[in-house]
Design a protein around this ligand. Structure first.
Ligand code: ARG
Length: 608
């Protein structure tokens, strides 16, 4: 009984339609849906309508004929026909019981993906000398969840943290700090941050001038004038370029200093990642600098294959369907963000042999990834060396907004740091669980402060992550901490709480491991049918790269459990067989919720 029940119904109906219509079963789509009303049926096959139309028959008559010949073996009752030709199917209780028992193993019914290729997931993507902000929160949480889901089905995953750790901006920061005589050993991330902002301001001056000049189609004289106006900026840039040059040449002292900037940045990043309970550490760092010696080779490969051309001294790749070229080398010889990403995609498909390269990056970089993927296709880096086509996917996400529906800012107007948000969420979770622990009936009653704090962290972080993952990723969302940490509604804490309550039920009951499952009541049936969807939901969430599918389903599962629990007595049941069966159903639900939350990177406190 390892085949999902829906698939078995579909197979039997295909054969039946095929027989009645004298066509191949393979050409039949029986259109199976979950039935709207559980008291009437579990599933509904709606295929008769389209098939009847196609073959010039009456849909109701066709459905009746199909019902007469369909062979559901023993797993479903005899189907009935309703309305214009819907076929209603009800699964037998024994079948549901057997399926639930079969699911109750370590694997929880999850089918492994045997593809031996790796999956590379580009996530986090912080920039050196910049504090982690809310935008990176999304790239981290979503990327980690997708990675967990792939790992859950048995795939080898590379979490690639494509740090912005190379190039002119970093060189500018370094140059500034060195010139000001700063002690790089005692720097804080705040010092780095202000140096970064300063550097950006200076660079912007020059950019603005250049941009205006270009927009006005100014001649070379005007450009020279503008350059003179921005002499300070250019001077700073030149100094930075010198630093970058020396770095590129491998100047030992400078490289050490540069490493200090990275260490300082990453120390603060790891602090936040640690709070977030994501599986990203130093081993995942393969930043821009990792590719620095490959950039010349990338450009040379495109040029050698006639896939790139010279444009005013620069090198560009052009695409047939758009005007926007992809710049891969500037006229001064410098490389770009796109060049580095081409080197990275080559590395991921050719060396990591990834069949999936997934970029979890802000939706504003959409054009960049379109160009990148098309560039990779042109040159053949969209295949693994064994000739397997790789899926190159950008998972774009929207912005985190404040209450005013504008990108989240602090009162002073600067971007909100991630740590401050997380601290707030943890405080809220902790005060909620502390408040509840005052009640003598609460399982947390009498717990020490440290334990309450641990649970508070699990709740607060779970709340933030669930809120982030449960929407369509592309949508902007409002960071509303009150709604996120609520124990009611479609929230992380609601699901965690439901799960903790099941844990306490199990603790009180005396579950016998091999007690038989006997599904009989409608609420048991509904819960069983929901549980049996787990594998399918997970596979869909992976195929569509949409963790919110898993969130919605987990919420529905906890709802189905609470309906079951309200109408089907467990501990107070006099019949020991039914009690044991229900305890087992509860325990399976708990393990599935824990497993599902873990795929979202959310912990499940035993007590709340
Ligand atoms: N550091 C980049 C940024 O903050 C994100 C990196 C995304 N990954 C990539 N391979 N381009 O904008």
């Amino acid at each position: 009984m390892s085949i999902p029940i829906q698939q078995r119904i579909a197979e039997a109906l295909k054969v039946a339609f095929g027989t009645v219509l004298s066509i191949s079963p393979d050409s039949v789509d029986p259109v199976i849906r979950r039935a709207q009303k559980a008291e009437i049926a579990d599933f509904q096959a709606n295929g008769a309508m389209a098939l009847a139309k196609k073959h010039g028959q009456n849909p109701k008559e066709l459905a009746e004929l199909v019902v007469g010949v369909v062979d559901f073996e023993n797993f479903a009752d005899c189907p009935t026909v309703a309305g214009p030709g819907f076929i209603n199917i009800t699964i037998k209780n024994e079948t549901l019981s057997a399926l639930v028992e079969a699911m109750d193993t370590h694997a929880l019914g999850v089918v492994l993906d045997e593809d031996p290729h790796a999956v590379a997931i580009d996530l986090c993507g912080v920039n050196v000398a910049k504090q982690l902000h809310v935008g990176h929160l999304r790239a981290t949480i979503i990327g980690d969840s997708i990675a967990r889901m792939y790992e859950r089905v048995g795939r080898k995953v590379f979490r690639e943290n494509h740090l912005g750790d190379w190039g002119l901006p970093i060189a500018m920061v370094l140059e500034q700090l060195l010139a000001s005589g700063a002690d790089l050993d005692t720097l804080s991330i705040l010092d780095l941050n202000s140096a970064y902002k300063n550097a950006k301001l200076i660079a912007k001056d020059e950019l603005r001038g250049e941009k205006t000049a270009r927009a006005m189609q100014a001649g070379p004289h005007r450009l020279i004038e503008i350059e003179e106006q921005n002499i300070g900026a250019i001077d700073a840039q030149n100094k930075a370029k010198k630093v970058l040059n020396a770095l590129q040449q491998g100047d030992g002292q400078l490289l050490q200093d540069w490493q200090k900037l990275i260490d300082c940045t990453m120390a603060s990043v790891y602090q936040a990642l640690d709070l977030l309970n994501v599986k990203i550490g130093p081993e995942n760092n393969r930043g821009e600098s990792f590719y620095r010696d490959r950039l010349g080779g990338v450009v040379a490969s495109f040029v050698a294959k006639n896939l790139a051309e010279e444009d005013n001294g620069a090198t560009v790749v052009r695409f047939d369907d758009r005007d926007r070229p992809m710049l891969i080398q500037k006229s001064d010889g410098g490389f770009l963000y796109a060049t580095t990403d081409l080197a990275a995609i080559q590395f991921r498909t050719q060396e990591l042999k990834a069949s999936h390269v997934i970029y979890v990056v802000d939706s504003r970089q959409r054009d960049h990834f379109k160009d990148l993927f098309d560039g990779a296709k042109l040159i053949g880096w969209d295949k693994t060396p064994d000739g397997n086509d790789s899926v190159l996917a950008h998972v774009p996400f929207g912005q985190v907004l404040g209450e005013d529906k504008k990108p989240l800012k602090t009162r002073s107007g600067s971007s909100v740091t991630l740590s401050s948000l997380l601290e707030e969420a943890i405080d809220r979770g902790t005060s909620e669980v502390t408040k509840r622990s005052k009640d003598p009936a609460s399982p947390t009653h009498g717990m020490c402060v440290d334990d309450l704090h641990t649970i508070g962290r699990q709740i607060g972080i779970g709340a933030v992550k669930y809120a982030d993952l449960s929407n369509d990723l592309i949508r902007d969302y409002v960071f509303d901490i009150d709604r996120m940490v609520a124990f009611e509604g479609n929230t992380g804490p609601y699901i965690q709480y439901a799960c903790a309550r099941i844990s306490s039920l199990i603790r009180k009951g005396n579950l016998q491991k091999d007690a038989p499952v006997t599904i009989a009541e409608p609420q048991e049936r509904a819960l069983a049918l929901k549980l049996l969807q787990y594998n399918g939901v997970l596979q869909d969430a992976i195929a569509y790269l949409e963790p919110h599918r898993l969130c919605t389903w987990l919420y529905e599962l906890t709802e189905a459990f609470s309906t079951f629990y309200q109408s089907c007595p467990v501990l107070k049941n006099e019949d020991e067989t039914i009690k044991q069966s229900r305890l087992r159903l509860a325990d399976l639900t708990r393990r599935v919720v824990v497993d599902g939350l873990d795929l979202l990177g959310i912990e499940s406190p035993e007590k709340m």
